[in-house]
Design a protein around this ligand. Structure first.
Ligand code: NDP
Length: 328
């Protein structure tokens, strides 16, 4: 089968040549192991951090090894008592058409009411990220205004919908009219500001007439600053991502004084460090998706060879909703 390995560490923007395609033999299974054919690979912003050698909350991706990545697929062969051929599973088999995992590292998923791909998005890690930030950090109350950046994306789209379900005013920030229209008309946010239109601060002031009580930050830089400028006293910030800086850009906070003046609580978090919440969160997200109360959108690239280009695009906002690669 085919796999993509990390060939070199990018400086600044990711290049397709940072990856290399290899053909590898299917290994023999040992006791407890499962062979999986991956149907979907998830592309996620955190992968940019893993490609770098800089110190972070997780170890760097090793060179010449299969790129890390979440996958959803079907069991081909199993030597683990919990799995049989044909089971649908989610796991971390990386940028590869197939792979072997310990059964303990795989999650069996039910595709009768929820499509397989959603287990990489709304009912997977990105959905859990929205759920954790909203329920464990922001804890926004009915009537409060929640502002979320990268609002049309995998995480942001869920954040705003969860905010609406809590009775909040949901305000998104996204790049371009098409994404903003989708966020308001399809996802039901109260407003969405196009940060590329050139009037970010004024547009956000109009979108949040009562100020902002909770910020779910995915971007950083000017987008974060504009939200800070509208905060009310005792606002909370769930600092989830800083994608505007993932290629090495500086992200100064010009409105830092408002952190003090508005007595703001800011908490950064990494969702995979809170696995104890996942069973509850995923169950709730799964119900919402099955009931049609949590909508999502996907951008699907075809074939493993398209993954490097699609990943580059993700860091430039070319995706619209959850970025996936369809492998078969
Ligand atoms: P998205 O589906 O939101 O895709 C990324 C989006 O970010 C792009 O579509 C683009 O949207 C926006 N973007 C990219 N570059 C910039 C830029 N320079 N300025 C402003 N916006 C930009 O990805 P995810 O939903 O998977 O992730 C969203 C954020 O959440 C990321 O920062 C990610 O790192 C973080 N995250 C954090 C986790 C945690 O545990 N802390 C877990 C999962 C995700 P647009 O066109 O609107 O600009």
């Amino acid at each position: 089968y085919q796999r993509l390995v990390l060939a070199s560490r990018p400086r600044g923007e990711v290049q397709e040549s940072d990856f290399r395609m290899e053909t590898v033999a299917v290994p023999e299974l040992r006791d407890g192991e499962v062979l999986v054919r991956n149907h979907y690979l998830s592309l996620d912003p955190y992968m940019r951090g893993r490609m770098s050698a800089a110190k972070s909350y997780a170890a760097s991706q090793a060179l010449d090894e299969t790129m890390i990545g979440g996958t959803a697929g079907q069991v081909v062969a199993s030597r683990h008592p919990r799995f049989v051929e044909g089971d649908f599973v989610a796991g971390m088999l990386g940028w590869a058409e197939m792979g072997v995992a310990d059964g303990g590292q795989l999650r069996k998923v039910d595709t009768s009411q929820i499509p397989l791909s959603a287990y990489l998005g709304a009912v997977g890690m990105p959905g859990m990220t929205a759920w954790f930030g909203m329920n464990q950090i922001l804890q926004a109350k009915a009537g409060e205004t929640v502002c979320v950046s990268a609002a049309s994306g995998a995480v942001g789209s869920a954040v705003g919908q969860l905010a609406k379900l809590r009775g909040c005013r949901a305000v998104g920030v996204a790049g371009g009219k098409e994404k903003c229209d989708y966020v308001v008309k399809e996802l039901g946010f109260d407003a969405c500001v196009d940060y590329k239109a050139g009037n970010l601060e004024a547009d956000l002031a109009a979108a949040a007439p009562n100020g902002i009580d909770a910020i779910f930050e995915n971007v950083g830089g000017a987008v974060f600053d504009a939200a800070l400028a509208r905060t009310n006293a005792f606002a909370r910030v769930a600092l989830c991502g800083l994608i505007a800086g993932y290629n090495g850009q500086e992200l100064p906070i010009r409105n830092a004084r408002l952190l003090l003046l508005n007595r703001i609580t800011l908490r950064g978090f990494i969702v995979t460090e809170h696995m104890e919440f996942w069973p509850q969160g995923l169950a709730e997200l799964g119900q919402l998706v099955a009931q049609g109360k949590l909508k999502y959108r996907e951008t699907v690239a075809q074939g493993l060879a398209s993954a490097p280009q699609a990943f580059k695009g993700l860091l430039q906002g070319h995706n619209f909703g959850k970025q996936l690669v369809k492998l078969i």
